[in-house]
Design a protein around this ligand. Structure first.
Ligand SMILES: Cc1cc2nc3c(=O)[nH]c(=O)nc-3n(C[C@H](O)[C@H](O)[C@H](O)COP(=O)(O)O)c2cc1C
Length: 214
């Protein structure tokens, strides 16, 4: 059976369409007003997250101003895109911060922020994301123990590459009691990042920075 739209149906429809248009306009205005603030907050959060791996380094500008992404296949740990934050002072490179994934953690990948100064020494490492066991592997987290700070100032020259492992395996670095899988994984990833930097330092700083999305 067919029914015809009555005048009151049309009126209701028009009112609903009008309300929908007003709501859409309100959302659009709110978005355009808050978007810059959200972007600024995200920027500030990112800057705060990057600072801990820049111990003792003077730098200028925004840390995320000169970012590049290294695409797979690459020789860095993990098989993902690797963001690299390049850090400068007076126009000269002073550090590069790599976000890499250690693939052989006890409970899956461990995302790391590895800071390397211009001379190739570690300026700091922080665990960004992991699923390691509380009280065992999770001591890699800087909030849980000082373990991750033992890499500050270390390079491929000191200790030599072969010693970039835990003491039990003949290396330089402390293990974690009852949990050697996690430290082996993290140390290997840091070492691989150092090796990559050593081989590709000039390229890392030569590539043009990515345009920022507005
Ligand atoms: C429930 C459970 C959780 C564990 N979590 C971890 C972990 O997060 N990281 C780790 O390296 N080992 C962990 N282990 C221990 C490993 O199985 C392995 O025994 C250990 O890494 C070997 O280190 P060790 O030779 O120093 O004992 C866990 C073991 C069990 C039973």
């Amino acid at each position: 059976m067919q029914t015809e739209a009555t005048p009151s149906t049309w009126t209701s429809g028009l009112i609903l369409a009008g309300l929908a248009a007003v709501c859409t306009a309100l959302v659009a205005v709110t978005h355009s007003r808050t978007a810059p603030r959200i972007a600024a907050n995200e920027q500030a959060y990112l800057e705060q997250s990057l600072k801990p791996v820049l111990q003792g380094i003077e730098y200028d500008g925004n840390l995320s101003e000169s970012t590049i992404t290294i695409l797979p296949p690459h020789e860095l740990p993990g098989d993902e895109d690797v963001p690299v934050y390049r850090v400068y002072a007076d126009g000269a490179p002073v550090a590069a911060l790599f976000v890499v994934r250690a693939m052989d953690g006890f409970s899956g990948p461990i995302r790391l922020l590895v800071g390397i100064d211009a001379g190739g020494s570690i300026s700091g490492v922080r665990v960004l994301e992991h699923r390691e066991t509380p009280g065992l592997g999770d001591l890699i987290d800087a909030d849980k123990s000082d373990w991750i700070r033992q890499f500050n100032g270390k390079s491929l020259a000191s200790p030599p590459v072969a010693a970039w492992t835990i003491k039990r395996d003949g290396g330089e670095f402390d293990q974690l009691t009852g949990a050697s899988i996690t430290p082996r994984s993290v140390i290997k990833a840091i070492r691989e990042t150092l090796v990559y930097y050593d081989k590709n330092r000039e390229d890392v700083f030569a590539v043009e920075a990515e345009a920022k999305a507005q």
